[in-house]
Design a protein around this ligand. Structure first.
Ligand SMILES: Nc1ncnc2c1ncn2[C@@H]1O[C@H](COP(=O)(O)OP(=O)(O)O)[C@@H](O)[C@H]1O
Ligand SMILES: [Mg+2]
Length: 435
C-alpha cells in the first residue's frame, strides 16, 4: 500500500515532483506551506509520514512526540551534519537535500516501519544554602560524584494526594545510595508542589529539570549539558546530583512528556540510579483536551512512572492515608498497567492506627484487598524528620542512628554493616524490582 505523505518547505517542488513521479511507494496527499499546517494535516489522520524539506530547525522533541502519537513518521532534509545529529537526538531521520526520489521514498518507508514497531515514548526517548553540617554545593571541578556505569536504573517515588512523604523518601533514598558509593541523580518531577530544593536546603532558583527539558526538546541535551544543569549536593557520606523542580506551580507546561523521556534517558547515562520524585495526580488530562498539542499537567508524573524500573508507592499509615493509597493504586494500575508498585507505608505509628500498628495495617490491607501487599513500614519519627527539615539535611546526617533512616536505607541498600559497597540492585529482594 502506498504511504500517504505530507510535505512542508520551499524546496518541496523538487521533492514532491520527484516523489510523485515514482507512482508507487508513497503518495503526496498534501503540500503545506508551514509547519503548523503540516501538524494540523497530520492530526486529522491524513498522513503516515511527513517530509520536512525546509525549516527542520523548528522541529522539537515535543512536536515529534505528538506526530508520533498520531502515527506520523518524520523525515527531514538537511545538509548540515550538526543539525542531522540534533534531529537524530529527538528521533527524526534525516537525509541530504539532493536525495534521489527513490532513496527518499525508501527512507520514508523505513521511518514508518520503525515508528510502527516502536512503542510510544520508547524512542526518546545556583546556589546552595549553608545549612550547618548539612548539604552544600561543591565547585564544579571538585565534584566527587562517582562515575556512572552507563546503564542506570530509574526509581520513581509516587504516592497519592496528602503528603504521604514522597519527597522526603526520594531525597533520603538518593542520599543513602550516594553513601553506598552509587552515582545518583535526584529529579524533582512534581508538577504540583516541587520541593526537593527546599528539603535539601538549596537556595536554588534554576529549575534544573525545566532547563534540561528545554534543551532536550531542542535536541541539545547531551551528557555534558545535563551535568551542567544537575547541581551537585554533598553530604558527609557522599555526593549526588539534583535536577531541581519548577519554581512556580504554573511552570508545569515546561515539563512535557517527550522532553522528560529524553532527560531520563540521558540521566541513565550519567547516573547508576535516577531517583524521581513525582506528583500525586495520575489523571490522563490529555483525554480531556481536544487539542493534542496541549501540554499535560500530569505528563511528568505519568512518563516517570512509565519508564521507571522500580516504583515505590508511598502511603500515610493512618485512616485517611490508607484508603487514599488503595484508591491511588487502582488509579495507578489503570494509568500505567505494567507497573508492579512496591507499597511503602510511611509515618507508621500506634497513635493513628492502634496497638501493633504494622499488624493493624496488614489486616486492614487484606480486607481492602489490593493485589500488591505492603513491602515496607517506615516509622513515624517527627523529631528526626523535623530536624532534617530544619537543617536542610538528610537523615544520614541529622539522625543517623534513627530507625527511620535505617528503614529508608533498607528500601534500596544492602545492610550497611555487612556490605557497604554492594550493589543496590543485586542485593535488593527481587520482588522490589521490575525486570
Ligand atoms: N516517617 C516520617 N515521620 C515523620 N514525618 C515524616 C515522615 N515522612 C515524612 N515526614 C514529613 O511529612 C511531611 C510531608 O512529607 P513530604 O515528603 O513533603 O510529602 P509529599 O512529597 O508526599 O507531599 C514533611 O514535613 C516530612 O518531613
Ligand atoms: Mg513532595
Amino acid at each position: 500500500m502506498s504511504i500517504p505523505v505530507v510535505t512542508v518547505g520551499e524546496a518541496e517542488e523538487d521533492v514532491v515532483g520527484g516523489l510523485e513521479r515514482l507512482h508507487g511507494p508513497v503518495t503526496v496527499v498534501r503540500r503545506c506551506t508551514e509547519l503548523t499546517e503540516l501538524l494540523a494535516a497530520c492530526q486529522s489522520g491524513l498522513a503516515r509520514a511527513a517530509v520536512v524539506a525546509d525549516g527542520c530547525e523548528s522541529l522539537t522533541a515535543s512536536l515529534v512526540d505528538r506526530l508520533g502519537a498520531v502515527g506520523v513518521a518524520i523525515i527531514a532534509l538537511t545538509d548540515n551534519a550538526e543539525e542531522a545529529a540534533r534531529l537524530r537526538g529527538i528521533g527524526v531521520a534525516s537525509t541530504l537535500t539532493g536525495v534521489e526520489p527513490a532513496a527518499l521514498a525508501g527512507r520514508i518507508s523505513e521511518a514508518v516501519a520503525q515508528l510502527t514497531g516502536t512503542p510510544r515514548g520508547a524512542g526518546h526517548g545556583s546556589g546552595v544554602g549553608d545549612t550547618g553540617a548539612a548539604l552544600r554545593q561543591l565547585p564544579g571541578e571538585q565534584v566527587d560524584v562517582p562515575p556512572a556505569s552507563g546503564a542506570g536504573r530509574i526509581i520513581a517515588v509516587w504516592g497519592p494526594a496528602g503528603s504521604p512523604g514522597r519527597t522526603f523518601i526520594a531525597a533520603n533514598i538518593a542520599g543513602e545510595l550516594a553513601a553506598e558509593g552509587k552515582s545518583v541523580l535526584l529529579v524533582d518531577a512534581d508538577s504540583y508542589g516541587a520541593s526537593i530544593a527546599a528539603v535539601l536546603g538549596l537556595l536554588d532558583e534554576s529549575a534544573g529539570l525545566a532547563q534540561a527539558c528545554r534543551l532536550a526538546d531542542q535536541g541539545l541535551l547531551d551528557e555534558d549539558a545535563l551535568l551542567k544543569v544537575a547541581i551537585p549536593v554533598t553530604t558527609k557520606l557522599g555526593t549526588f546530583r539534583v535536577l531541581t523542580g519548577i519554581t512556580r506551580a504554573d511552570r508545569w507546561t515546561e515539563l512535557r512528556a517527550a522532553a522528560l523521556s529524553l532527560v531520563l534517558e540521558r540521566a541513565k547515562a550519567i547516573a547508576d540510579v535516577v531517583v524521581v520524585d513525582t506528583g500525586f495526580c495520575l489523571e490522563a488530562d490529555e483525554e480531556l483536551s481536544f487539542d493534542t498539542m496541549a501540554p499535560r499537567r500530569n505528563a511528568a508524573t505519568l512518563r516517570s512512572l512509565e519508564v521507571a524500573d522500580t516504583v515505590f508507592a508511598v502511603g500515610a499509615a493512618d485512616p485517611v492515608g490508607v484508603p487514599r493509597l488503595v484508591r491511588g493504586l487502582a488509579d495507578l494500575e489503570s494509568a500505567v498497567p505494567h507497573v508492579s508498585p512496591v507499597v511503602v507505608m510511611n509515618k507508621v505509628r500506634a497513635a493513628a492506627v492502634g496497638r501493633s500498628p504494622e499488624r493493624q495495617l496488614r489486616d486492614a490491607w487484606e480486607r481492602y484487598g489490593p493485589s500488591s501487599g505492603i513491602t515496607a513500614f517506615l516509622p513515624a519519627d517527627s523529631s528526626a524528620a523535623d530536624a532534617a527539615l530544619l537543617g536542610g539535611s538528610l537523615l544520614l546526617e541529622s539522625a543517623p542512628e534513627s530507625k527511620l533512616r535505617r528503614a529508608i536505607a533498607d528500601l534500596v541498600c544492602a545492610p550497611v554493616q555487612r556490605s557497604p559497597r554492594s550493589s543496590v540492585f543485586s542485593s535488593t529482594p527481587r520482588r522490589l524490582l521490575k525486570g
